[in-house]
Design a protein around this ligand. Structure first.
Ligand code: CA
Length: 191
């Protein structure tokens, strides 16, 4: 997140909802066409979610068991959470390629099964590295040598503030250096 990007803060404060803030929450992913039986982004309340709710400061690609299931490449999209619907099984590996465009970076995510929160970015299950290891999104890949993700702000803390689509247990995670590490790779296994 670029410190100079004040426009989005104005949007967050509701000061410019009709003045070019761009799409509000999730509108930009409603065009995603989900084939029957596959995942797609949609607007849901957290209580009915079956899948992954995520956003990244600034951009991401989201993989489950090595397959790309979602992405947001809008550098202004960090405060717009996406929901990627799919049934999350125990043992599924979630992998996030996260890209920051300057300033601080962060990933926040919750995983639901049948509407129940089963994993958040407040969990010690997450690991993050700055190296793109071969096969790193695969469920067969072992990340045991990766550092644990560093929990930065809990949902509600600065500089991102409270994001209503995420649980109170969620933190913004990254590597140890959220200023200078601008491309990071994070993984977690669903319990
Ligand atoms: Ca987003």
């Amino acid at each position: 997140m670029k410190v100079s990007s004040m426009k989005k803060w104005a949007c967050l404060l509701g000061a410019a909802l009709t003045a070019g803030c761009g799409p509000m929450e999730d509108e930009h992913v409603q065009d995603v066409q989900a084939e029957p039986g596959t995942s797609g982004a949609s607007v849901q309340s957290a209580s009915t979610v079956d899948g992954i709710v995520i956003t990244v400061d600034n951009r991401y690609q989201l993989y489950v068991n090595g397959a790309l299931v979602g992405q947001d490449n809008d550098p202004m999209g960090w405060y717009q959470a996406e929901t990627w619907n799919r049934f999350m099984r125990s043992g599924d590996v979630i992998a996030v390629l996260a890209m920051d465009d300057g300033g601080v970076g962060g990933i926040i995510a919750d995983v639901y099964r049948g509407g129940a929160l089963v994993l958040s970015t407040g969990s010690p299950r997450w690991r993050c590295t700055t190296t793109a290891y071969s096969g790193w999104t695969s469920s067969a890949y072992s990340d045991l040598h990766w550092p644990a993700a560093v929990l930065h702000s809990q949902n509600g803390g600065g500089p991102w503030g409270y994001q209503s689509r995420f649980s109170a247990a969620s933190h913004w995670i990254w590597t140890s250096d959220l200023n200078n590490h601008n491309t990071v790779y994070c993984r977690a296994t669903v319990p």
